[in-house]
Design a protein around this ligand. Structure first.
Ligand SMILES: *Cc1c(COP(=O)(O)O)cnc(C)c1O
Length: 392
């Protein structure tokens, strides 16, 4: 569909290191003008020069060069065949679950982003699909939950917000043995730290709103497929649901991606220091952080990731302390979301996990004392000083 010169350039990027791939993207430069910042093709439609002659572009809902540059870049970074950029992580997941036929069954991590839970339980359940929620650390339980109608396994690792770790390689063996699709939500670690397709997954989904964009200024979703046979479904979704990412937002995510490696390194370094500090605070009862050596999933993590990311959850001694912390932070922002340059502190009970039924939340440990923090790239001493003054 795209000009030959586009593909020549594309192929030259394959052998670069990851840190260079994020900078140079799919094409990097515009092949026609040489513009170093890939242009924002802010157009709805494309002119056909004459009958039967097309540039390969017809209408932005179907294809847009800026969105395609982001999609190529994400396919390269995740090691996939094709990528698709959606107007939100939710839109990406809606299109993903749209692959199901009525009566089909999916097994998912029991501790998962609240919006994904809502898509399953409030939308796809109504059209006859069925869902089982499981602790994916228990691979035997996973095998036991497979039914003749099972079509897909959906894993978040580490999970949101309890930081449970799932063994992608082992789960992919189970999926392959039963002919199931394995989908991994890679929002928390990004391909900088974890590449699920290389570990056996079939599809990776992202809320690109988070680390990929990284600046808390865009809502975006990404799907990356391993096999071309899976791509047609997503192309059809973009075309028919009309939920593709707009050109300007695509450009912002491309711009954010250029610093993905640098940002992820800093998020990772800062989070380790903050997690160690939190553990020593008398008002902090328990810290959930995948990088602790005594985390039950630590050995699995080091076998499948190269870092632990910037997310930490913790439980305080009382609801009052939780409210005091949320109201008392000064530099840190009390806000939903994660993965941006700014440190954000969140109250999952009433924010990200509000859609999860109370009994399930309680069982997981998401209670009124529970806090999630997305460690930003500020100076770590400022993050700690702010937490310290708010907890004092
Ligand atoms: C935020 C998030 C989503 C939803 O993405 P949006 O971009 O907010 O629509 C899905 N999964 C995870 C893990 C998330 O953190």
């Amino acid at each position: 569909m795209v000009n030959d010169c586009y593909y020549d350039e594309f192929d030259k990027k394959e052998n670069l290191h990851f840190d260079s791939k994020v900078v140079h993207g799919g094409l990097g430069c515009d092949p026609i003008t040489g513009a170093v910042s890939f242009p924002i093709f802010q157009t709805a439609t494309f002119r056909h020069r004459e009958f039967g002659v097309s540039t390969g572009y017809d209408y932005t809902r179907l294809q847009n060069p800026t969105r395609q540059e982001l999609e190529r870049t994400m396919a390269i970074l995740e090691g996939g065949t094709d990528a698709f950029a959606f107007s939100s992580g939710q839109a990406a997941n809606m299109s993903l679950f749209g692959i199901l036929n009525p009566g089909e069954h999916v097994i998912l991590s029991d501790d998962i982003y609240g919006g994904t839970f809502r898509i399953c339980e409030d939308i796809f359940k109504n059209v006859g699909c069925d869902f089982t929620w499981l602790d994916m650390a228990d691979v035997d339980a996973l095998e036991g939950a497979i039914r003749p109608s099972t079509r897909m396994i959906f894993v978040e690792t580490p999970t949101n917000p309890m930081m449970k770790v799932a063994d992608i390689r082992r789960i992919s063996e189970v999926a392959k043995a039963h002919g199931l699709l394995l989908v991994v939500d890679n929002t928390f670690l990004t391909p900088y730290f974890q590449r699920p397709l290389e570990l056996g997954a079939d599809i990776v989904v992202h809320s690109g709103t988070k680390y990929l964009c990284g600046h808390n200024d865009v809502i975006c979703g990404i799907v990356v497929t391993k096999e071309p046979s899976l791509s047609e479904h997503f192309r059809m979704q973009l075309k028919s649901r009309g939920n593709g990412l707009a050109p300007f937002d695509s450009w912002l995510v491309l711009r954010g991606l250029k610093t993905l490696s640098l940002r992820m390194q800093r998020h990772n370094e800062n989070a380790r220091i903050v997690a160690d500090w939190l553990r020593k605070q008398p008002k902090v009862k328990k810290v959930y952080y995948a990088g602790f050596e005594d985390h039950v999933g630590y050995d699995i993590s080091i076998g499948q990731t190269t870092g632990f990311g910037g997310m930490i959850s913790f439980e305080l001694d009382s609801e009052e302390t939780a409210h005091q912390l949320l109201s008392g932070v000064k530099m840190i922002l009390f806000a939903e979301s994660l993965g941006g340059t700014e440190t954000l502190i969140t109250y999952p009970l009433t924010q990200t996990h509000e859609s999860i039924p109370d009994d399930i939340r309680k069982k997981l440990g998401i209670n009124e004392r529970f806090i999630r923090i997305s460690i930003g790239i500020e100076h770590v001493d400022d993050i700690i000083a702010d937490l310290a003054q708010a907890l004092a």
